[in-house]
Design a protein. Structure first.
Length: 379
């Protein structure tokens, strides 16, 4: 049987869009997915059609159509699904544009600026019978699947704690100044929404997602932030999450999710710093090395001292985005409206954690970013 072909439209042509469409070129059968196929049929740049043409040519998708506005892309009848690759400040407006035009959507992380926006998008997708998913690529890596399975099989015993850090170690003033999207309030900058989402991903995929769906409960949240004096965005955030129940019979579980722009989870970048993530159970622990978004390696250490070491191996020609793209293709082919690996419900619970962390520390983005109003003027 011919593989199911998913036809992608790419909304925005920045850094992550380049990474994503490169992965779509790799042959899915080389990673055991011979039943699906990805094609980029169009891309749009808000700058100009020429920019979209340049992007497609550089990424070897020259046959795809190039548009100079997002509105033209969402009107393209040949596009099945749109990958939204704008800064997260714009996700709510951009995803709504796609959904209102009856397109399925894969949206980059962080899903939106706040949970209310994600809830609104989820409700529109549901009403219209459209597929919608947050592009947290890490969740779909083979190593993430393997780690979740080890926890679910009880190999770690009762899992009481996960500590997860994603910290960059940058000279914030010289690297980001005041205009870079990492620190600019108008682009929903800050460590939490950009990097902390990965620390939270590890807490959630180990302590929350591993429970049967009916038993998953939102955690209590306590957070501290330190803000970058030049813009007011958070440069250091630490969140303590307390879950009423943990995997494999744990009577509770705590997650510690941290992120910092100035210090690094792996300063020497030589694998000498120890794990960035520790998932701790009564029979052993899993350690995952930096960076949390695409870990280099991991190990399972049992209480008896025995240890298995693993590399985070990717299929040939794949940086890692192909796995989430495969999930989107399979879901859409099978008529699913969301992914079981990262459901809309779980994305919303995580967004609520980030809302609480911001609220406890007085971090509010400009009203035009936090609003549910649509459409509003782009900025
Ligand atoms: N999954 C991951 O590993 C990963 C890694 C990095 C970033 N991300 C996420 O991907 C998103 C984009 O990040 P990026 O690093 O690709 O950013 P980027 O290089 O700045 O690209 C963002 C693109 O969005 C479009 N855009 C539209 N309005 C804009 C505005 N007002 N300001 C800036 N850009 C605007 C532009 O494309 P056009 O001009 O072509 O419209 C721009 O090139 C963010 O949500 C980020 O959190 C994910």
């Amino acid at each position: 049987m011919a593989p199911y072909e998913l036809r992608w439209g790419i909304l925005a042509t920045g850094w992550i869009a380049e990474q994503f469409v490169t992965d779509l070129r790799a042959d899915p059968s080389a990673r055991g997915q011979a039943d699906i196929k990805h094609t980029v049929v169009a891309a749009a740049s808000s700058r100009s059609a020429d920019q979209a043409t340049k992007f497609l040519k550089e990424q070897s998708w020259s046959n795809a159509k190039a548009y100079g506005s997002y509105a033209e892309l969402v009107a393209d009848k040949d596009v099945d699904v749109i990958y939204v690759a704008t800064p997260h400040s714009h996700h709510y407006q951009n995803v709504r544009l796609c959904l209102e035009a009856n397109k399925h959507v894969l949206c980059e992380k962080a899903f939106t600026v706040n949970a209310a926006q994600t809830e609104k998008l989820a409700s529109i997708a549901k009403d219209k019978g459209l597929f919608l998913m947050e592009a947290v690529w890490t969740r779909y890596f083979p190593m993430s699947v393997q780690i979740r399975e080890l926890i679910q099989k009880g190999e770690l015993g009762s899992v009481f704690r996960t500590m997860a850090d994603l910290s960059l170690g940058e000279d914030v003033e010289s690297k980001f100044g005041t205009e870079h999207r990492m620190v600019k309030m108008d682009l929903a900058g800050g460590a939490l929404l950009d990097l902390g989402i990965y620390s939270l991903t590890w807490v959630f995929q180990t302590l929350y997602h591993t429970l049967p769906a009916a038993e998953r409960k939102a955690p209590a949240v306590s957070a501290q932030m330190h803000k970058y004096t030049k813009t007011g965005a958070d440069e250091h955030t630490s969140i303590l999450l307390s879950f009423p129940q943990g995997p494999s019979g744990a009577a509770y579980a705590q997650g510690i999710a941290t992120t910092n722009l100035r210090v690094s989870s792996e300063p020497a970048k030589q694998g000498t710093s120890g794990p960035a993530i520790r998932i701790q159970g009564t029979k052993g622990e899993i350690q995952v090395d930096h960076p949390a978004y695409r870990p280099s390696r991991w190990r399972f250490i049992r209480a008896d001292g025995s240890k298995d070491e693993y590399e985070n191996e990717m299929a040939e020609g794949v940086r890692g985005f192909a796995y989430e793209a495969d999930e989107v293709a399979r879901c859409i082919r099978d008529g699913k409206k969301e992914s079981e690996v990262l459901s809309l419900e779980e994305s919303i619970v995580i967004m609520k954690v980030m809302d609480q962390a911001r609220e406890q520390n007085g971090l509010k983005y400009p009203d035009k970013l936090e609003t549910l109003d649509y459409p509003i003027e782009h900025w």
